[in-house]
Write a protein that binds this ligand. Structure first.
Ligand code: ADP
Ligand code: MG
Length: 463
């Protein structure tokens, strides 16, 4: 038997032995790199997995592999940035998986090529967006303090500001800043975890259910830098707050860096436990303000340059004026104009054409009801409105429901609780979660973005 086959056989045996969460965390993304005189060299995706395999799980893995190989073996682990073929992380994202199926049915849209940049074909080993880097973050008065503090934290983790908490409204660059820090730290070999507080909660629930809380703690407490996004969502979740409190203390005691993002100042997070609130305020709390016109213009120029699209200064200025609230809106406006340029086969657009596009995009739609949004979305997926407002959560229904909620929020005046009520009495946090998920994945995922555009068009032709 060849060494690689032996590793593959051992890998599958380990998969049966371990519970799903532990296997996913520690072994799923390992890969065979080589064999040399009784030593198997195995690639792992980062330092903390390496630590875990080398120290805690070594004997277990070695025993299984030795049995398969028929002789005592040793293992050496090496960090290997390349994604092993058998674990395509992109496909693991539920929305993506579903969209990929959809995509097989329809012809590729030209929007695709324009919106997909080369790196997106290979997502990196973690959940970091390769575009969220300091180099691509435009600094100005609205975000200077956050930017400078973030650079300092990335350069000197656990020495300058700990914890470092960024807060501000939606679409102002909090996630971008957190991930920029994460990129720098992990590229310097620091054990870095970036998670949303929801992912942290889900991971915890999973661990409790599978009795792997020890491993859960190992994972989160053995890092050099822990970044938790959208921390406001742990409010009201007692078990998560308790666990996070201990994680927080352990890390700070061991002089590890914690970075947090929240949509509000911690003192305004009403359902946050006081002991966490005071911890969160114990380091630097910095806010991000909505971007100035100049910042928005600079960001648009950067995006246009990256996509190789020529937009005259007047067009850019007009777009920047339209989307004043935040940068996510700006992105929406930009995509709209770019899509327009693409469908008409132009690489440049006059101010008049751009205005026309945006006019249609932003026209108020008083006549649109939640029902009409749900109806059009359901129809697109071959479902009924009843499916979307019912309790079922199967993949397709859930995806369709999240997209419908996202569009409802964008196209109607309904509030989050009203949307939640309509879609089967769901809470406003469920709605927010769904909307955020769609809007975040749209950025990574041109297939999803095209699909949402198609449904939007169906709901309101001409938009
Ligand atoms: P938040 O987490 O605050 O809701 P994000 O970090 O997701 O916002 O930012 C929304 C979008 O705006 C992302 O595409 C991000 O790259 C972009 N963005 C935000 N701030 C900046 C900035 N200062 N420079 C460049 N792009 C930015
Ligand atoms: Mg965010």
């Amino acid at each position: 038997m060849k060494a690689e086959e032996a590793w593959n056989a051992a890998y599958h045996q380990l998969e049966l032995q371990f519970d799903r969460a532990s296997f996913d965390t520690w072994l799923r993304r390992t890969s065979f790199l080589g064999y040399d005189e009784g030593v198997f060299v195995i690639g792992v995706q980062n330092g903390y997995v390496l630590d875990m395999l080398q120290h805690r799980l070594y004997r277990n893995v070695r025993r299984v592999l030795s049995d398969v190989w028929g002789d005592e073996v040793e293992l050496r682990f090496e960090i290997c940035k390349e994604e092993p073929v058998r674990a395509p992380s992109l496909e693991d994202r539920p929305l993506f998986r579903f969209m990929a199926q959809q995509e097989n049915d329809s012809s590729a849209s030209p929007l695709h090529h324009l919106l997909r940049s080369p790196e997106q074909n290979a997502l990196p080993d973690s959940d970091l967006n390769p575009h969220f880097t300091f180099e691509r973050f435009i600094m100005n008065e609205s975000n200077r303090m956050v930017y400078e503090a973030a650079c300092a934290v990335a350069q000197h983790p656990a020495t300058v500001y700990n914890p470092f908490l960024v807060y501000g409204g939606v679409g102002l660059g909090k996630t971008h800043i957190l991930q920029s820090i994460a990129h720098v730290c992990s590229s310097r070999g620091l054990r870095t975890i970036y998670v949303s507080s929801e992912a942290f909660t889900n991971d915890l629930i999973h661990a409790i259910r599978n009795r792997t809380t020890a491993m859960f703690r190992e994972k989160y407490r053995a890092v050099d830098v822990l970044l938790v996004d959208d921390i406001q969502f742990i409010g009201g979740k007692d078990t998560t707050q308790e666990e996070f409190f201990h994680t927080f203390n352990t890390l700070v005691n061991f002089n590890k860096q914690i970075v947090l993002a929240s949509d509000r100042h911690p003192r305004e997070l009403a359902t946050l436990e006081d002991r966490l609130r005071s911890r969160f305020q114990g380091g630097l709390v910095a806010d991000i303000q909505p971007p100035e016109l100049e910042t928005r213009i600079a960001i648009l120029e950067m995006w246009a340059g990256e996509r190789g699209i020529q937009l005259g200064y007047h067009v850019i200025e007009m777009m920047a004026q339209r989307a004043a609230r935040n940068i996510r809106d700006l992105h929406g406006v930009f995509n709209q104009v770019v899509a327009q340029a693409q469908t008409t086969g132009r690489q440049s657009l006059t101010r008049h054409q751009a205005e026309d596009t945006l006019e249609r995009y932003t026209r108020p739609m008083d006549h649109l009801t939640l029902h009409s949004v749900a109806e059009a979305t359901a129809a697109h997926f071959g479902l009924k409105v009843q499916d979307l407002i019912g309790p079922r959560r199967s993949g397709k229904i859930n995806t369709a429901r999240q997209i419908a909620m996202f569009l409802a929020r964008e196209l109607t005046d309904a509030s989050l609780p009203q949307i939640g009520d309509f879609f089967g009495g769901r809470s406003h946090t469920t709605v927010l979660h769904g909307c955020n998920k769609v809007s975040e994945e749209i950025e990574f995922d041109p297939i999803l973005s095209t699909l949402v555009e198609k449904i939007r068009h169906r709901i309101a032709p001409g938009v």
